[in-house]
Design a binder for this molecule. Structure first.
Ligand SMILES: Cc1cc2nc3c(=O)[nH]c(=O)nc-3n(C[C@H](O)[C@H](O)[C@H](O)COP(=O)(O)O)c2cc1C
Length: 390
């Protein structure tokens, strides 16, 4: 079992780095538009991108998504990610720590992140399926969960929800009953904030409320549109010649709630949200923040860069930050709080879905924030914006 988990970890990374694992049908950030301000009155160099997440001030609203650990070959990747997290003062997650929980010899590939990022906001990672009894294993004990936290001296614990992945994975955990009760128990037993984290299929409005009731302190919506764990497991199944798992992986490659949709749906829970899943630029990040995200999670772009080297990773991070700042300036936002109250217009299939799900008034409100402010101020436009007198 320990070797199986370890082997799987490296296979995931290798497949993600060498094959197309995207969920293209769901990549709909182009449905989300920030309204251009021709005279933005914001200096690009003065933009403040800092945010507070779970009580901690971070310089950028970026989360380096939970990706890996559990195999000696990924140690360098985690080392590079951690150095960048420390340098930029952003949050960083490690991949599922199950590998080291079942085989402590693999601890180094995780603990390297705290060694390389002594001050960064680090997020431990375990899976909801491991909190309940499965055919092949007993549930994690509280001591094992605490060990995962201690391993990286984490600031928060992510509990990932990955039923789709487990269903495709040939050796996956098939049971899901009891995860709600187990999550509720866990959040009451540990002091650290718990982030409920999807891994590519998104979180609906109703599930977001359920997660809040379970004591989640934040939700990583992990929506569809980016890396597909179904595609990754499907590729593994193909390598093993397991046709049924491969076909499930193909059919469900695009399954789930697209990231922008999930962001609005989960917003109802009023918890800090991380927008992960298909975020591919600083403009995407700005769009997500305008829709209400507190952090924006990037997985594959950082994995690809970190596997090449630290300099490559820094180049990608710099690019994302520069793009985010341009999007903020052109939207007239000099802070993330202002970006969250700027106009954002949602069109296309994203609009259609959200309208059918009852979010029409919210969409209208977001599209008309500035205009309503003008109307509600009770003053005429000319009083607010008096004509320029030479
Ligand atoms: C190779 C690989 C391994 C991953 N392993 C984990 C994991 O162990 N735990 C977890 O919560 N998410 C895991 N994820 C999901 C990512 O955290 C993230 O949600 C996903 O990659 C979507 O973001 P992206 O489209 O920017 O890649 C993994 C993703 C990839 C590509």
């Amino acid at each position: 079992m320990a070797d199986e988990v370890k082997q799987r970890k490296i296979e995931h990374v290798n497949i993600a780095l060498t094959q197309d694992v995207a969920a293209p049908q769901q990549a709909n950030w182009s449905d989300v538009h920030l309204v251009h301000q021709a005279l933005p009155e914001v200096d690009l160099e003065e933009i403040d991108t800092s945010v507070t997440f779970l009580g901690r001030r971070l310089r950028y609203p970026i989360f380096m998504s939970s990706l890996t650990g559990g195999h000696p070959d990924v140690l360098t990747i985690n080392h590079n990610l951690a150095r960048a997290a420390e340098h930029y003062d952003v949050a960083l997650g490690v991949g599922s720590q199950r590998a080291a929980i079942v085989n402590p010899a693999l601890t180094a590939s995780y603990s390297i992140v705290r060694e390389s990022a002594p001050n960064a906001f680090l997020i431990a990672n375990i899976g909801a399926p491991q909190l309940i009894a499965q055919a092949q294993h007993t549930p994690f004990t509280l001591a094992q969960v605490q060990e995962a936290i201690r391993m990286i001296q984490a600031n928060a614990l992510a509990v990932h929800m990955n039923s789709l992945q487990e269903a495709v994975q040939p050796e996956g955990d098939r049971r899901a009953q009891g995860e709600v009760a187990a999550l509720r128990r866990l959040t009451s037993q540990i002091e650290l904030p718990v982030i409920s984290k999807e891994t590519g299929a998104g979180v609906s409005r109703e599930q977001a409320l359920l997660l809040r009731a379970c004591g989640a302190a934040a939700i990583d919506i992990g929506g569809a549109g980016g890396s597909s764990m179904s595609a990754i497991e499907g590729a593994r199944a193909q390598q093993q010649g397991l046709e049924q798992s491969q076909s499930i992986g193909n059919v469900f490659r695009d399954w789930g709630i697209a990231t922008p949709i999930s962001l609005i749906e989960a917003g109802i829970a009023n918890l800090p949200l991380i927008s992960t899943g298909g975020m591919r630029s600083g403009l995407d990040a700005a769009r997500a923040l305008a829709l209400g995200a507190t952090l924006v999670g990037f997985g594959l772009p950082f994995l690809q860069a970190a596997s090449k080297g630290y300099d490559e990773l820094r180049a990608v991070m710099d690019e994302i930050i520069a793009q985010l700042k341009v999007a903020m300036q052109l939207s007239g936002a000099s802070t993330i709080a202002q970006l969250r109250s700027t106009d954002v217009v949602v069109t296309g299939q994203t609009h259609e879905w959200l309208t059918l799900r009852g979010f029409e008034d919210q969409l209208k409100g977001m599209a008309q924030r500035r205009w309503r402010q003008l109307l509600e101020s009770g003053e005429t436009q000319t009083q607010l914006y008096p004509p320029c007198v030479p």
